[in-house]
Design a binder for this molecule. Structure first.
Ligand code: OAD
Length: 227
């Protein structure tokens, strides 16, 4: 089976009711990245950062995968589908996708601030600065999110996946955040690239077919191209 590699961003989940970051009304309009998405922000005001992600997590419990997510699951009948997502929600997993790599962490997981940086499921749904929210070794838990200025531990895996693509599809990302946006440079020359986004997004690659639609409608059009 051909390998279909999909890179997704916040726009993938927009039709499920999850806010994107940089669109009008997006998350970065009301929150400063430095305050809520950097290690410095967490050191300065951990309560604010924990509250920000606790709210995101609470919202995630109320939303469902959209037809775009479900379309990617259907494509597993015809392709070996590997999803590389910048999203910290779990909507690809909820939809039933089998292979999902999270580049920027996962909202439903916490990570120890100790040396081991062990990862735990979050139960029930929030992290707070109190004794119950420390890891078994006694260190404070933090959200399992890759913040700006931190390394992206899964990037090497993502590069290997991109290098093996027979078809590469980009859905709902502004392609402004690196290293994720640079993955397109690892796609072998000559491989078809499809970009689904209702707005203009610049991708410096050859062979790109633009599908200027939202994720759900765009998925239908993608199927017409590749099936
Ligand atoms: P952005 O908010 O930068 O971009 C969202 C993209 O989704 C834009 O190109 C929109 O045009 C598009 N979009 C909007 N509605 C859509 C729809 N219905 N269907 C498809 N696309 C739609 O989000 P990302 O590119 O994901 O990282 O941002 C990348 C990273 O920056 C995020 O992972 C996050 C953020 O800061 C961290 O927080 C570490």
């Amino acid at each position: 089976m051909k390998k279909l590699v999909i890179l997704t961003g916040a726009g993938m989940s927009a039709e499920s009711g999850v806010s994107t970051f940089r669109d009008a009304g997006g998350l970065w309009e009301n929150h400063r990245i430095e305050d809520v998405a950097t290690p410095e922000g967490f050191r300065k005001n951990p309560n604010l950062v924990l509250r920000f992600y606790n709210e995101r997590r609470k919202q995630l419990l109320t939303v469902k995968p959209n037809p775009g997510h479900l379309g990617l699951v259907e494509l597993e009948k015809n392709f070996e589908v590997q999803i590389i997502t910048q999203n910290v929600d779990n909507l690809h997993e909820q939809a039933g996708s089998s292979h999902v790599l999270h580049l920027h962490g996962e909202l439903m997981k916490s990570r120890s601030t100790g040396m081991g940086a062990e990862i735990y499921d979050i139960y029930p749904d929030k992290i707070e600065l109190k004794s119950g929210d420390k890891c078994p070794k006694g260190y404070q838990l933090r959200p399992h999110i890759v913040w700006f200025g931190e390394s992206v531990p899964e990037f090497e895996k993502a590069v290997k996946i991109a290098e093996q693509a027979d078809i590469f599809v980009i859905i709902g990302t502004s392609m402004l955040v690196y290293p994720a946006a640079g993955l397109v440079n690892y796609v072998p020359t000559g491989i078809p690239i499809y970009l689904i986004d209702p707005n203009d997004v610049s991708v410096y690659a050859k062979n790109v077919t633009l599908i200027k639609k939202g994720a759900s409608e765009g998925m239908e059009e993608l199927k017409r191209y590749i099936l």
